[in-house]
Write a protein that binds this ligand. Structure first.
Ligand code: ATP
Length: 312
């Protein structure tokens, strides 16, 4: 459905998006996850035709952003981070205005507004002034706006930013429902958001894709560096570091603060894809140290996100 190749954007000499390649299939809900300044908004603005790429191509179905940006815009509904709404208007009047701009009228217009009211949970607020609505309700009006032309693709920039926990759940449910029939791409820097809403997570950092897959694929990835914590009696931290650093599958050994008297604790970073626990145990067995603790840190989306975006 969407094919992105070598997508790059410079703001003067700042490289905000750096040669991104991405293929998105019809019906996927994809989360662009990254720290502040990673390039998420810039990527979405290029996808939706609001910014011209400095280099690279975006193809949506058979259209290229260079040859036919308008055709791509027609296929995409876009909800920017701060949805521009006419605050003094009633919700109904506002959506009717948007519908007319999109060429709807008569019975078709009425039917579409009803469908959107149901889809976005607007039934009870159609005759309220936008200004009087909570941020969560305003966001639902923004979603209805983005979905007006029944686009095949919905692009959402930080859709739950600034919402309270109840509003977040409500917006997520609407997005998931829309995602049953449409392709959805959303940006977020909230891990739980990406995990709860998306089938696929693309982690971006400094304008580049650093991971791509489902939460399950990312957390079980073969190229991840495992972390093992151990606690020893009768061992000096310096000796432990020296001995364990010599193991082939170990890339770093770092002393940890003491938690129990006399127990030396270290964290061992393993080489990507290596489970070094058996070798660590063998190295300790050959000494007179007493192993009182060994834990492998479970990989979660959070640990992976921190590992991949640490320098930011
Ligand atoms: P956030 O989560 O904070 O919105 P983001 O991941 O969406 O961040 P972008 O807003 O795309 O990131 O910004 C990427 C980089 O480009 C940042 O270094 C930012 O300062 C820079 N940038 C963004 N917009 C502009 C602009 N209009 N002019 C100059 N630099 C910009």
């Amino acid at each position: 459905m969407i094919h992105v190749e070598g997508l790059t954007k410079y703001y003067d000499d700042i490289c905000a998006v750096d040669h991104i390649d991405l293929d998105i299939k019809g019906g996927e809900i994809v989360g662009l996850l990254g720290p502040n300044g990673a390039g998420k908004t810039t990527t979405l603005r290029m996808l939706t035709g609001y910014f011209k790429p400095s280099a690279g191509d975006i193809r949506v179905k058979e259209h290229s952003i260079h040859d036919d940006p308008l055709a791509i815009k027609r296929l995409i509904g876009y909800l920017p981070e701060s949805a521009p709404l006419y605050k003094g208007m009633l919700v109904y009047d506002y959506l009717e205005h948007v519908a007319r701009i999109r060429g709807l009228d008569g019975a078709t217009l009425g039917k579409r507004l009803q469908e959107l009211a149901d889809m976005c949970g607007l039934r009870g607020i159609m005759h309220k002034t936008i200004d009087t609505l909570s941020k969560g309700l305003k966001q639902r009006v923004g979603l209805a706006h983005a979905m007006m032309s029944d686009p095949e693709i919905l692009v959402l920039d930080e859709p739950t930013s600034g919402l309270d926990p109840n509003q977040i759940v409500e917006i997520r449910e609407i997005i998931r429902k829309i995602g049953e029939k449409k392709t959805v791409i959303l940006s977020t820097h909230i891990l739980t958001e990406a995990e709860a809403t998306c089938d696929r997570i693309v982690i971006v950092n400094k304008g580049r894709i650093v991971a791509d897959g489902s939460t399950q694929e990312l957390t079980s990835g073969k190229d991840r560096q495992g972390r093992v914590q151990i606690g020893l009696l009768g061992a000096a931290a310096g000796e432990v570091v020296g001995r364990l650093q010599g193991i082939a599958g170990v890339s770093a050994v770092t002393p940890q603060p003491e938690e129990a008297p006399g127990v030396t604790r270290v964290q061992i970073l393993c080489r990507p894809g290596v489970d070094a626990r058996a070798d660590i145990y063998a190295a300790i067995k050959a000494t007179d140290w007493v192993l009182v603790e060994m834990n492998q840190e479970a990989q979660t989306l959070e640990t992976i996100f921190r590992e991949l975006t640490r320098e930011s």
